[in-house]
Design a binder for this molecule. Structure first.
Ligand SMILES: *Cc1c(COP(=O)(O)O)cnc(C)c1O
Length: 447
């Protein structure tokens, strides 16, 4: 946003009072940023002194496995790398080894998911869909529930009716608010499908007292820079399966076979976590509960001050304990006529008594506050939009064939969230007073 545009917004009558009283935020209020303590340095220094023996990695893996309640945890250099490994291992378990096929001049590979469909939450980051497509698979996007913003078990059943041959399901817990993973797991078992649980955003969140990341055949954690605890980068692969854990570990460091020399009998990669990063995360791990408590306070303050007739906070699913990683709001549905978006741009009109997400986004930006529209669904992304998407009203492809007139609106929770939702600053370094000012700005948008 240019300085002039920001000034124009601040000078509107509805914001003038706020600006005159307190001006803009001198220190930018962030969505989520790293919060460091001193324990991190202790572990990192140890790694320095000992010469990167891998002791931090081993200790972190042990702590993570114990904390989540799984048999094995394997540390990766990112959540994305851990996810990709999970997809490969799942695909090989289901369809056999990724074929190394002869091509001119040597060996090439085809993806382990070549030609296979995979069910994947529509309301998520691109990580799941990317790893499916890069293994040659075809994602089918499954809509989310409006009760928790994560994969809707009812829609998953509909998806299996349309594509009964699918054997892999991938779901995330959006913004740290867990979905109905127990029902999803049951449906997967009924259909003989494997489940990959992306707990990248939900570390520390629970479903019926059990940690997210422990429900799937494979679980994923991320320690990326905006996550609830962070190593600046980092990820974790979780499983109870001995064979998969051994494979993941060996493949992530070049698949060296047990021989005195460098012996390679399988394709490998280099994507293990560094001992320094592991030290950083170990230090952070000691403060996870404290971070969750602070995130929760932020969410509850928003809930108290914003949730009402015209705005709603992201829903908490039954039987779940979120880690409250990201507080998000949605605007009342009548704003849909006020805002339009193209692929990359947006416009809106302001109307008394209502406000649209981008209107609030601009107002916050004018006061140096970071916010962000919620996930744009995968099924709307140019790179993925040709794949099918299933909602309570069935397949997008069927809808396109039979209902082009648009006399009924197809149920699409992920799209509705995107149209109406905004991630609010959820940084645990934000003070209560700062948050109250953020709330004041948001409320003023409705004047
Ligand atoms: C952060 C995140 C990941 C993994 O991200 P990395 O930055 O590679 O660690 C995966 N899925 C979701 C939903 C995420 O939020």
């Amino acid at each position: 946003m240019t300085d002039i545009a920001a000034r124009c917004i601040r000078e509107q009558p509805r914001f003038k009072g706020i600006f005159q009283n307190k001006g803009t935020f001198e220190r930018r209020v962030r969505l989520a940023s790293p919060t460091m303590h001193s324990d991190e340095k202790t572990f990192i220094n140890q790694a320095f002194d000992e010469g990167f023996t891998g002791r931090n990695i081993a200790r972190l893996e042990k702590e993570a496995a114990e904390y989540i309640g799984v048999k094995h945890a394997v540390a990766f250099n990112s959540g994305t790398a851990a996810m990709h490994m999970a997809v490969k291992l799942a695909a090989e378990r289901l369809y056999g080894s990724a074929a190394a096929v002869p091509i001119s001049g040597g060996l090439g590979t085809v993806g382990a998911l070549q030609g296979k469909r995979v069910f994947c939450s529509d309301f998520a980051s691109s990580t799941m869909a990317d790893s499916i497509v890069s293994e040659g698979g075809e994602p089918v996007f499954v809509d989310v529930s409006d009760e928790d913003w994560s994969m809707d078990p009812e829609v998953l059943e509909i998806a299996f009716q349309r594509y009964p041959d699918v054997k892999l399901v991938m779901m995330n817990h959006a913004y740290g608010f867990p979905g109905q993973i127990m029902k999803i797991r049951e449906i997967c078992r009924d259909h003989g499908a494997l489940l990959i649980e992306d707990a990248s955003e939900s570390l520390g969140a629970k479903v019926h007292g059990k940690q997210t990341g422990s429900f799937g055949d494979y679980g994923i954690l991320s320690f990326g820079s905006d996550k609830i605890i962070t190593g600046s980068v980092g990820g974790m692969f979780l499983t109870d399966d001995d064979y998969s854990s051994k494979k993941a570990r060996s493949r992530a460091s070049h698949s060296r076979a047990a021989a005195p020399w460098r012996q390679y009998e399988e394709l490998g990669e280099e994507c293990r976590m560094s001992d320094i990063v592991a030290g950083l995360i170990l230090g952070q791990f000691q403060h996870l509960d404290e971070h969750i408590a602070k995130k929760r306070m932020i969410y509850e303050r928003y809930l108290e001050k914003l949730d009402g007739d015209t705005m709603y906070m992201n829903p908490v699913g039954e039987g779940t304990e979120p880690n409250y990683w990201m507080s998000c709001m949605t605007c009342e549905s009548n704003i849909l006529f006020q805002e339009t978006r193209s692929e990359r741009e947006y416009t809106y009109t302001n109307q008394h008594g209502t406000a649209s997400p981008m209107e609030i986004y601009d107002a916050l930006e004018a006061f140096n506050v970071e916010s962000c529209p919620v996930y744009k669904p995968m099924s709307l992304q140019p790179v993925f939009r040709n794949y099918d998407q299933i909602t309570l009203d069935g397949s997008k492809r069927e809808y396109a064939e039979f209902d082009q007139e648009g006399f009924w609106v197809r149920c699409d929770v992920a799209k509705d969230n995107f149209d109406r939702g905004l991630c609010l600053p959820s940084d645990i370094k934000m003070t209560g007073e700062e948050q109250d000012r953020v709330v004041e700005i948001v409320r003023s948008c409705f004047d």
